[in-house]
Write a new protein. Structure first.
Lengths: 328, 305
């Protein structure tokens, strides 16, 4: 393994790339771990998802050893100061509201902790609303960050676009990860993943995050661009003194924090997270698979007047839909 | 002013008057909606009304479509019929189709989907175009259909791409809509209304939700065709380009949302009650298939070689 030391003393470990003919579906467990692939899961449901992912790329998959850009202090997660849970009267139970997140969240069943989360989505093209300005949509999956946990291990794609003098810029798309931590630590910001060809809108991206469960201080992040049949992975570290809580997992479209405050969301049309599942392990090693459908909706609403910006819908047991509404 | 454009294989297209600046379809009356080519207000069904409002509440700029011929070869049109609970195997289509109840026929279909990016399949030949075409349509023998072609061509190590919006009323010619740009990852929505008669007529409302542009037009079919409107479908299709054998481009997956259709006798039929169509290769291997996620949401996914 190689250790990359990034700004802020963030140490990311990368794996020995597999040989070109490596087939994760027939490889043994120790080779999978050595080359940075998620271990073949123990539960049948997880194995199905695993098989489905790699079968689509069978014979063509190319593993790319990642490098990382400078952690971007001006761009990152945000949590407690503006994330709130609220139930409105007359709204069905299970709805949550946030000023920055939209999507779906599941909670670990009592007595267990979430170890693992997966999801795939077609990267949407984005457009800039009519007023001049910079617009952002961060689309990611992660563990922790709602209710009792104040960290988030998250990985996904940024979709940025701007409008200046009425003309829209060409949108840009980039992959990143972050292990966010609410105070007292200083936020490291998003870490760009470089060297892997950037994703294009319309590509199917699949992300899996594996940990050892509550208390973990490192997470395996596995990215696959399914349509390009390329992938990469690495071990992402938590910040000093931070460890996984494992109380929740989520599939999210976010307006990220940019230069210290919540940005304005880009018009992303709609996004469907497919093959959504999280695995919770109890202390007696029993595994429970938590479908996204068993969780809560999160709607993104404006500060102050609660105008709906982006809607999260748990549309089917393993599908989370997000729809851009506007209202900013 | 409306204008009529004759088509090369017979039939014609009629364009609508562009609405005045600031026109608000939500508060317009039914006559104004018809004049400017907007989908009519479906006040008879609260669920449809909700969708109609959502679609027309977004930023929307109406343009008058311009057309150019689309030289794509279809390897015949599949005749769909139920085969019990099994998915229907098909050499060119994958997705979901609903079949009209006896004595009834479809008069409209609606769907919203994210246009996928295309990559050459594993066995791709250098210099050939590969396509994944995403569309909605009515009828299986003479479909009135509209959607997008995601095209890709590999030349050495570089990929070239095209993405075109098109419509067709088989057996009339197929046309690109050359002034309605669509990019990979855009969310598009399409509403097609059609009725039989002599000749059959239809209207197409294609809306790029991401860019906010929409292009409505009306079509008169080639005279002399007995059009039945027996099916309504949400499809990813492989298209033969330049006469080469059709091979589907790798497209990942797409979701058809708001996938509903309606009949002449005012029945609303969800895609979820329909038949799954699987695109199968020469060895009966499944290349692309559909999953019904909810009554109105269909996932179509590349599973190919």
């Amino acid at each position: 393994m190689k250790t990359h030391t990034l700004d802020g003393n963030v140490k990311v470990r990368t794996f020995v790339p597999p040989p070109p003919d490596f087939d994760p579906l027939s490889a043994n467990q120790s080779d999978l771990l050595k080359h940075g692939f998620p271990a073949v899961p123990e539960s049948r449901e997880q194995r199905e998802l695993y098989k489905r992912l790699f079968q689509q790329m069978k014979g063509r998959f190319r593993y790319i050893e990642p490098t990382f850009g400078k952690p971007n202090k001006n761009r990152g997660g945000q949590y407690r100061f503006d994330k709130r849970r609220k139930k409105l009267s007359g709204v069905q139970a299970g709805n949550e509201y946030s000023n920055i997140w939209s999507g779906g969240v599941v909670y670990s069943p009592s007595g267990s902790g979430i170890r693992w989360v997966t999801g795939a989505w077609t990267i949407p093209n984005v457009s800039a609303p009519p007023e001049d300005g910079d617009y952002y949509a961060s689309i990611w999956i992660g563990i922790d960050g709602d209710d009792i946990s104040s960290d988030v291990i998250q990985a996904g794609v940024n979709c940025d676009v701007s409008r200046s003098h009425g003309a829209q810029s060409k949108p840009t798309f980039s992959l990143w990860w972050e292990w966010y931590q609410d105070e007292p630590n200083e936020d490291t910001g998003q870490v760009p993943i470089t060297k892997i060809p950037p994703p294009s809108p319309g590509d199917l991206l699949a992300v899996t995050i594996c940990t050892q469960g509550p208390g973990s201080t490192e997470a395996l992040v596995f990215f696959a661009n399914v349509t390009q049949a390329i992938g990469t992975s690495f071990l992402a570290p938590a910040q000093p003194g931070v460890a996984l809580v494992g109380n929740c997992a989520e599939w999210i479209v976010e307006r990220p924090r940019v230069n210290g405050s919540a940005s304005t969301l880009a018009d992303y049309g709609q996004v469907f997270f497919s093959s959504c599942a999280a695995a919770a392990y109890a202390s007696d090693a029993a595994i429970e698979i938590v479908d996204s459908g068993s969780g809560n909706y999160i709607n993104m609403v404006q500060y102050g007047d609660d105008a709906l910006i982006s809607q999260g819908i748990l549309v089917a047991p393993t599908v989370v839909e997000c729809v851009y509404v506007g209202g900013q | 002013m409306t204008s009529r454009i004759p088509l090369s294989k017979g039939g014609s297209v009629r364009l609508f008057t562009e609405p005045p600046t600031g026109f608000d379809p939500l508060s317009a009356d039914d006559r104004e909606l018809a004049v400017y080519g907007f989908p009519r207000r479906p006040s008879e069904d609260p669920r449809l009304m909700e969708r109609w409002k959502t679609a027309l509440s977004r930023p929307l700029r109406i343009i008058r479509p311009r057309f150019r011929p689309r030289d794509r070869v279809r390897l015949g049109v599949p005749k769909l019929s139920r085969i019990g609970d099994l998915a229907i195997p098909n050499p060119i289509w994958s997705g979901v189709a609903v079949i009209a109840p006896a004595g009834d026929s479809f008069s409209w279909i609606e769907g919203t989907w994210i246009v996928p990016n295309a990559y050459p399949p594993g066995n791709a030949t250098n210099g050939l175009w590969y396509t994944a075409s995403t569309w909605v349509g009515i009828d299986d023998m003479y479909p009135l259909q509209a959607g997008c072609d995601s095209d890709v061509l590999a030349q050495g190590s570089s990929l070239h791409r095209e993405l075109n919006v098109w419509w067709e009323w088989v057996p009339g010619g197929s046309c690109y809509i050359s002034n309605l740009p669509v990019a990979q990852g855009d969310t598009v929505s399409c509403l097609i209304c059609a009725e039989g008669g002599t000749p059959p007529t239809g209207t197409v409302f294609l809306h790029n939700i991401t860019s906010g542009l929409a292009a409505p037009f009306a079509v008169n079919m080639i005279p002399g065709i007995q059009w039945s409107g027996n099916t309504a479908e949400w499809i990813v299709e492989q298209i033969s380009n330049d006469g080469d054998p059709a091979v589907l481009a790798r497209y990942g997956e797409t979701y058809f949302d708001g996938a509903i259709a309606g009949t002449v006798q005012h029945q609303v039929i969800d895609a979820g009650s329909g038949e799954i169509i699987q695109l199968v290769g020469a060895n009966n291997n499944v290349i692309s298939t559909a999953t019904i996620e909810t009554p109105t949401l269909v996932q179509v996914k590349y599973t190919g070689p």
